[in-house]
Design a protein around this ligand. Sequence first.
Ligand code: S5P
Length: 267
Amino acid sequence: MPAPYLQSYESRLANYNNPAARALLECIARKQSNLCVSVDVSTKAKVLEVVDAVGPSVCLIKTHIDIVEDFDADLLDQLEQLSKKHDFLIFEDRKFADIGNTVVLQYSKGVHQIASWSHFTNAHSVPGPGIIAGLASVGLPLGRGLLLLAEMSSEGTLAKGEYTEATVQMARESRGFVVGFIAQQRLGRADEDFLILTPGVQLGSAGDSLGQQYNTPAAVVGKGADVIIVGRGVYGKAGKEAVREEAERYKKEGWAAYEQRMKAAQA
Ligand code: S5P
């Protein structure tokens, strides 16, 4: 029997109880898309334009809701409508990094009320397990899922080696809520199944001037990514039609790489 991640997305449903993880695996299989587009734009109109353009091609939309200058509750309503129209889930890339009591408040309160609309969020493991316990107390009753930042795509990251291993261990102790990692490669033992979401993906660029490092969809899926996260590679194109086409291109690349991974495992 090949390792869980070498099996189909559908068959991996059996390994997850978490409702958000299950919904994501189902959506990936239904749409034949392992593409997450990161919509890092700073006005409401632009967010909605990009999401409407890429929606048909993605399983997941990643937001940085705190960069939207004219944020209001209507944006969340419209995002939810688009998620129904185009069939995708939402991941607020909040990168929580504080003590449990503080992240409870940051996750559930304030202007953004992240837990009320975001199927997934993420957290750094640096504070220790209290951050997971705090976020779980809010997110689990709502059926949300958490991703731990086990590695980063940026040059000089400290998230490596023992830090990464300790992060995986923290995830093992909270499997109902922690569904996987933001990472650059497959993590965990061969018999374990964690979702691996990999940012730092772009075709035709090695990085930016601020330390971001890029790999291709084929390279990251080959190393174990289940979902590829693409930001500027998609929304950076000029015009809604070009953005739509680019999302479709990454969707095809990501899916072909997944099929290749399955084929290699069967050979
Ligand atoms: O290690 C990481 C983790 C994340 S979540 N490296 C990243 O780049 N990210 C996020 O992915 C980052 O915050 C941004 O929203 C996106 C990458 O954007 P791109 O424009 O470089 O593709």
